[in-house]
Write a protein that binds this ligand. Sequence first.
Ligand SMILES: NC(=O)C1=CN([C@@H]2O[C@H](COP(=O)(O)OP(=O)(O)OC[C@H]3O[C@@H](n4cnc5c(N)ncnc54)[C@H](OP(=O)(O)O)[C@@H]3O)[C@@H](O)[C@H]2O)C=CC1
Ligand SMILES: O=C(CO)COP(=O)(O)O
Length: 335
Amino acid sequence: MQGHNNTILVVGGGSWATANIKMLLDNTTEKKVFWWMRNEHAVEHLHKFGHNPSYLSSVEVKLPASHISTHLKSLLEQAEFVLLNVPAAFLKDALKGTTPADLAGKKIISAIKGIVPDENLIIGEFMHKYYEIPLDHFLVISGPCHAEEVALEKLSYLTIASPDTELATRFASMLSTRYIKTVVSEDIYGTEYAAVLKNIYAVASGICHGIGYGDNFQSVLISNAIREMKDFTDAVHPIERDIKESAYLGDLLVTAYSQFSRNRTFGNMIGKGYTVTSAQLEMNMVAEGYYAVNCLHQVNKQYKVNMPICEAVYRILYKKRSPIHEMKFLAEQLS
Ligand SMILES: NC(=O)C1=CN([C@@H]2O[C@H](COP(=O)(O)OP(=O)(O)OC[C@H]3O[C@@H](n4cnc5c(N)ncnc54)[C@H](OP(=O)(O)O)[C@@H]3O)[C@@H](O)[C@H]2O)C=CC1
Ligand SMILES: O=C(CO)COP(=O)(O)O
């Protein structure tokens, strides 16, 4: 049983999970950090050498061996906070065998920027529906922040969203460091959906770059993308929201332009003529936008928001339409 014990379990073994572990360990608030990942070899490597062998391997992880394991149930017992950090497509797999009782009373934080495939639910909705997590026990970590830059301790800003802003502020105080500034928000729906959408727009940006469009066109694409994002988030959860804040516009910009973006890299390969499978094989990491655009296409059947950029990416990735033709068609609709 856990009260306010500042015990955080990070679930996931990829780059963002490793970056989150670093932030939590560099932050000086008294706390206990536990880490679950599926890969036994990576756990052994961390026990022996204090580095994740496959992702952000320069990051030093100083945790007792008993705090890093592949056994989720036993790690869950003491946790006050459970920080979900696997790609959305693998969340069900990661939580297999976990019941609502195992998560009862815990605060769930999503650092995932994706939708659960087949369910077409963002993470807060999924955890509420299948694990009975009340929304005021749910938090989102988002904002323009690449794991690679966290590893380099480059100044970054994160948004912590929760309907319970006191809780969000408490968690933010366990994450902030010299190089991490935090902002608190109440907008869990807008923050989650904006993160999902910006991945799709970054795929679009990469496709255009791969085809040969230049910076002039990219800027028009992204200007239209932020309007599309605003229309969709307003339709799903209409509250007073400034789309220019860093969790919305900021994350769109960094993902659409950064050399570190997996979504942009994936899109670039598609624009250059790679198939989806060959582009995925080429990358050791996951581009959430690929899965998200299919889910978003389904979700938007309900809202019917005009989303020409998402639709173009959907047809390219799921209907095997030519990137050149689709982007030419899209270009006619942008302004
Ligand atoms: N990277 C970043 O800069 C940021 C990422 N995010 C978000 O964080 C989330 C996690 O992404 P990230 O850490 O970058 O992931 P990575 O792409 O770095 O790593 C992929 C992760 O997925 C796991 N995985 C791959 N295939 C499967 C499978 N079939 N079943 C279960 N797990 C699998 C891998 O485990 P294994 O190694 O065992 O194969 C690995 O832990 C995503 O939603 C992403 O959008 C958010 C902000 C920044
Ligand atoms: O969310 C991110 C930066 O804020 C990471 O984006 P990518 O998954 O495209 O690398």
